[in-house]
Design a protein around this ligand. Structure first.
Ligand code: PEP
Length: 249
Protein backbone atom coordinates (compact mmCIF):
# COMPACT_ATOMS: atom_id res chain seq x y z
CA UNK A 1 0.00 0.00 0.00
CA UNK A 2 1.18 3.53 -0.83
CA UNK A 3 2.19 5.64 2.14
CA UNK A 4 0.08 8.65 3.02
CA UNK A 5 1.71 11.85 4.12
CA UNK A 6 0.60 15.05 5.73
CA UNK A 7 3.17 17.81 5.96
CA UNK A 8 2.96 21.14 7.76
CA UNK A 9 4.79 24.06 6.17
CA UNK A 10 5.06 26.65 8.89
CA UNK A 11 6.93 29.07 6.62
CA UNK A 12 8.23 32.16 8.53
CA UNK A 13 5.57 32.00 11.26
CA UNK A 14 5.33 31.35 15.03
CA UNK A 15 7.68 32.06 17.91
CA UNK A 16 9.63 29.41 19.80
CA UNK A 17 6.99 28.83 22.46
CA UNK A 18 4.19 28.58 19.91
CA UNK A 19 6.22 26.22 17.74
CA UNK A 20 7.03 23.96 20.70
CA UNK A 21 3.41 23.87 21.84
CA UNK A 22 2.09 23.13 18.37
CA UNK A 23 4.68 20.42 17.75
CA UNK A 24 3.95 18.84 21.09
CA UNK A 25 0.17 18.90 20.41
CA UNK A 26 0.77 17.26 17.03
CA UNK A 27 2.88 14.52 18.63
CA UNK A 28 0.22 13.77 21.19
CA UNK A 29 -2.76 13.76 18.84
CA UNK A 30 -1.82 12.82 15.28
CA UNK A 31 -3.12 9.41 14.10
CA UNK A 32 0.28 7.74 13.64
CA UNK A 33 0.19 4.29 12.08
CA UNK A 34 2.21 2.27 9.59
CA UNK A 35 0.91 4.01 6.49
CA UNK A 36 0.51 7.58 7.79
CA UNK A 37 3.61 9.76 7.77
CA UNK A 38 3.64 13.23 9.27
CA UNK A 39 6.23 15.95 8.81
CA UNK A 40 6.68 19.47 10.13
CA UNK A 41 8.72 21.85 8.00
CA UNK A 42 9.83 24.24 10.69
CA UNK A 43 11.80 27.49 10.50
CA UNK A 44 15.50 26.69 11.10
CA UNK A 45 15.71 28.47 14.44
CA UNK A 46 13.19 26.16 16.15
CA UNK A 47 14.88 22.94 15.02
CA UNK A 48 17.26 22.57 17.99
CA UNK A 49 14.34 22.73 20.41
CA UNK A 50 11.98 20.54 18.35
CA UNK A 51 14.70 17.92 17.88
CA UNK A 52 14.69 17.29 21.64
CA UNK A 53 11.14 15.87 21.39
CA UNK A 54 12.61 12.80 19.72
CA UNK A 55 9.33 11.69 18.16
CA UNK A 56 8.02 9.78 15.14
CA UNK A 57 6.74 13.14 13.89
CA UNK A 58 9.44 13.82 11.31
CA UNK A 59 11.31 17.10 11.38
CA UNK A 60 11.74 18.81 8.06
CA UNK A 61 13.68 21.85 6.86
CA UNK A 62 12.18 24.38 4.48
CA UNK A 63 15.48 25.17 2.82
CA UNK A 64 19.24 24.45 2.66
CA UNK A 65 22.18 25.25 0.42
CA UNK A 66 23.52 22.45 -1.81
CA UNK A 67 27.20 22.65 -0.83
CA UNK A 68 29.10 20.69 1.77
CA UNK A 69 30.58 23.71 3.57
CA UNK A 70 32.39 26.94 2.87
CA UNK A 71 31.95 30.64 2.25
CA UNK A 72 28.15 30.80 1.85
CA UNK A 73 27.20 33.45 4.39
CA UNK A 74 23.75 32.93 5.84
CA UNK A 75 23.27 29.46 4.38
CA UNK A 76 22.81 26.07 6.05
CA UNK A 77 24.02 22.69 4.75
CA UNK A 78 22.35 19.32 4.74
CA UNK A 79 25.02 17.93 7.12
CA UNK A 80 24.22 20.67 9.61
CA UNK A 81 20.51 19.86 9.37
CA UNK A 82 21.18 16.17 9.95
CA UNK A 83 22.77 17.05 13.28
CA UNK A 84 19.36 18.45 14.31
CA UNK A 85 17.49 15.21 13.48
CA UNK A 86 16.09 16.66 10.25
CA UNK A 87 15.16 13.75 7.98
CA UNK A 88 13.31 15.46 5.16
CA UNK A 89 13.73 18.65 3.14
CA UNK A 90 11.35 20.72 1.07
CA UNK A 91 12.62 21.55 -2.41
CA UNK A 92 11.05 23.64 -5.17
CA UNK A 93 8.40 25.50 -3.19
CA UNK A 94 6.95 28.24 -5.39
CA UNK A 95 7.88 30.92 -2.85
CA UNK A 96 11.54 29.91 -3.16
CA UNK A 97 11.25 29.71 -6.93
CA UNK A 98 9.72 33.17 -7.24
CA UNK A 99 11.09 35.27 -4.35
CA UNK A 100 14.56 33.71 -4.26
CA UNK A 101 14.92 32.94 -7.97
CA UNK A 102 15.59 29.21 -7.52
CA UNK A 103 15.81 27.82 -11.04
CA UNK A 104 15.12 24.27 -12.19
CA UNK A 105 18.90 23.78 -12.55
CA UNK A 106 19.57 24.97 -8.99
CA UNK A 107 16.74 22.77 -7.69
CA UNK A 108 18.38 19.81 -9.42
CA UNK A 109 21.53 20.52 -7.40
CA UNK A 110 19.47 20.67 -4.21
CA UNK A 111 17.82 17.33 -5.05
CA UNK A 112 21.25 15.73 -5.60
CA UNK A 113 22.70 17.21 -2.43
CA UNK A 114 19.76 15.98 -0.33
CA UNK A 115 19.72 12.47 -1.79
CA UNK A 116 23.51 12.12 -1.54
CA UNK A 117 23.03 12.61 2.18
CA UNK A 118 20.19 10.11 2.39
CA UNK A 119 17.65 12.80 3.16
CA UNK A 120 14.02 12.31 2.15
CA UNK A 121 12.68 14.94 -0.21
CA UNK A 122 9.31 16.57 -0.74
CA UNK A 123 9.62 18.12 -4.17
CA UNK A 124 7.10 20.85 -5.07
CA UNK A 125 5.82 21.66 -8.51
CA UNK A 126 2.92 23.67 -9.87
CA UNK A 127 1.85 26.20 -12.45
CA UNK A 128 0.79 29.85 -12.39
CA UNK A 129 -2.74 30.91 -13.25
CA UNK A 130 -1.53 32.26 -16.57
CA UNK A 131 -0.02 28.89 -17.48
CA UNK A 132 -3.22 27.08 -16.51
CA UNK A 133 -5.40 29.53 -18.38
CA UNK A 134 -3.37 28.93 -21.50
CA UNK A 135 -3.81 25.17 -20.99
CA UNK A 136 -0.07 24.53 -20.65
CA UNK A 137 -0.19 23.32 -17.04
CA UNK A 138 0.59 19.66 -17.76
CA UNK A 139 3.57 20.41 -20.00
CA UNK A 140 4.83 23.00 -17.51
CA UNK A 141 4.77 20.66 -14.51
CA UNK A 142 6.23 17.79 -16.53
CA UNK A 143 9.15 20.06 -17.47
CA UNK A 144 9.69 21.07 -13.82
CA UNK A 145 9.91 17.40 -12.83
CA UNK A 146 12.05 16.39 -15.80
CA UNK A 147 14.50 19.26 -15.30
CA UNK A 148 15.02 18.90 -11.55
CA UNK A 149 13.94 15.46 -10.35
CA UNK A 150 13.61 12.72 -12.94
CA UNK A 151 17.39 12.41 -13.49
CA UNK A 152 17.75 10.53 -10.17
CA UNK A 153 18.00 6.74 -9.90
CA UNK A 154 15.03 4.52 -9.12
CA UNK A 155 16.44 3.91 -5.66
CA UNK A 156 16.60 7.65 -5.02
CA UNK A 157 13.21 8.59 -6.49
CA UNK A 158 11.71 6.23 -3.92
CA UNK A 159 13.03 8.60 -1.20
CA UNK A 160 11.03 11.43 -2.75
CA UNK A 161 7.43 12.54 -2.49
CA UNK A 162 5.97 15.07 -4.87
CA UNK A 163 3.73 17.95 -3.84
CA UNK A 164 1.55 19.45 -6.56
CA UNK A 165 0.88 23.04 -5.56
CA UNK A 166 -0.81 25.25 -8.13
CA UNK A 167 0.65 28.69 -7.39
CA UNK A 168 -2.75 30.36 -7.74
CA UNK A 169 -4.08 28.23 -4.87
CA UNK A 170 -1.28 28.82 -2.34
CA UNK A 171 -2.38 31.06 0.51
CA UNK A 172 -5.23 32.44 -1.60
CA UNK A 173 -8.17 30.54 -0.13
CA UNK A 174 -8.85 29.24 -3.63
CA UNK A 175 -8.30 25.50 -4.12
CA UNK A 176 -8.04 23.59 -7.33
CA UNK A 177 -11.17 21.47 -7.88
CA UNK A 178 -11.14 17.68 -7.70
CA UNK A 179 -10.99 17.23 -11.49
CA UNK A 180 -8.04 19.61 -11.81
CA UNK A 181 -6.22 17.93 -8.91
CA UNK A 182 -6.85 14.39 -10.10
CA UNK A 183 -5.85 15.23 -13.68
CA UNK A 184 -2.47 16.55 -12.52
CA UNK A 185 -1.81 13.85 -9.92
CA UNK A 186 -2.66 11.08 -12.36
CA UNK A 187 -0.38 12.66 -14.96
CA UNK A 188 2.48 12.93 -12.47
CA UNK A 189 2.06 9.26 -11.58
CA UNK A 190 2.06 8.31 -15.26
CA UNK A 191 5.25 10.31 -15.89
CA UNK A 192 6.97 8.54 -13.00
CA UNK A 193 5.82 5.16 -14.34
CA UNK A 194 7.06 6.00 -17.84
CA UNK A 195 10.42 7.26 -16.59
CA UNK A 196 10.98 4.48 -14.03
CA UNK A 197 8.39 1.68 -14.00
CA UNK A 198 4.79 1.04 -13.03
CA UNK A 199 5.65 -0.22 -9.55
CA UNK A 200 7.66 2.94 -8.82
CA UNK A 201 4.85 5.11 -10.14
CA UNK A 202 2.43 3.36 -7.83
CA UNK A 203 4.76 3.68 -4.80
CA UNK A 204 5.41 7.41 -4.71
CA UNK A 205 3.26 9.66 -2.55
CA UNK A 206 1.83 12.64 -4.43
CA UNK A 207 0.53 15.37 -2.13
CA UNK A 208 -1.74 18.28 -2.90
CA UNK A 209 -1.01 21.75 -1.53
CA UNK A 210 -2.85 25.03 -1.92
CA UNK A 211 -5.43 26.32 0.57
CA UNK A 212 -6.18 22.81 1.81
CA UNK A 213 -8.00 23.01 5.14
CA UNK A 214 -10.30 21.09 7.47
CA UNK A 215 -13.33 21.95 5.29
CA UNK A 216 -12.04 20.74 1.93
CA UNK A 217 -9.50 18.04 2.90
CA UNK A 218 -12.04 15.23 2.75
CA UNK A 219 -12.96 15.98 -0.87
CA UNK A 220 -9.34 16.55 -1.94
CA UNK A 221 -8.06 13.37 -0.25
CA UNK A 222 -10.80 11.31 -1.88
CA UNK A 223 -9.14 11.78 -5.29
CA UNK A 224 -7.61 8.38 -6.15
CA UNK A 225 -4.14 9.77 -6.87
CA UNK A 226 -3.91 12.12 -3.89
CA UNK A 227 -1.87 10.63 -1.04
CA UNK A 228 -2.03 13.50 1.40
CA UNK A 229 -1.27 17.17 1.63
CA UNK A 230 1.28 19.90 2.14
CA UNK A 231 -0.46 22.38 4.40
CA UNK A 232 0.53 26.01 4.96
CA UNK A 233 -1.93 28.30 6.77
CA UNK A 234 -4.06 25.52 8.25
CA UNK A 235 -1.00 23.87 9.83
CA UNK A 236 -0.57 26.80 12.21
CA UNK A 237 -3.40 25.66 14.46
CA UNK A 238 -3.63 22.38 16.33
CA UNK A 239 -7.30 21.91 15.57
CA UNK A 240 -7.07 22.64 11.87
CA UNK A 241 -4.13 20.33 11.26
CA UNK A 242 -5.54 17.49 13.36
CA UNK A 243 -8.88 17.67 11.58
CA UNK A 244 -7.12 17.50 8.22
CA UNK A 245 -5.14 14.50 9.52
CA UNK A 246 -8.38 12.69 10.35
CA UNK A 247 -9.30 12.85 6.66
CA UNK A 248 -6.15 11.00 5.56
CA UNK A 249 -7.59 7.51 5.83
C1 PEP B 1 2.19 25.96 0.99
O1 PEP B 1 2.75 27.03 1.11
O2 PEP B 1 2.85 24.95 0.75
C2 PEP B 1 0.72 25.95 1.10
C3 PEP B 1 0.09 24.91 0.60
O3 PEP B 1 0.13 27.02 1.71
P1 PEP B 1 -1.45 27.20 2.03
O4 PEP B 1 -1.93 25.88 2.58
O5 PEP B 1 -1.49 28.30 3.03
O6 PEP B 1 -2.09 27.52 0.72
Amino acid sequence: MRKKMLAANWKMNLNLQEASDLYSNFIQNLPFNESNHFVVFSPFVFLPQLSTFNSTLALGAQNFYPAEKGAFTGEISISQLKELQVSVVLIGHSERRSYFYESNEFLKQKVDSALNHNMDVVFCCGESLETRDSDKHLAFVEAQLTDSLFHVSKEDILKCSIAYEPIWAIGTGRTANSEQIEEMHKSIRNWISMKYDEETGQSIAILYGGSCNEHNASEIFSCPNVDGGLIGGASLSTEGFLQIAQELN
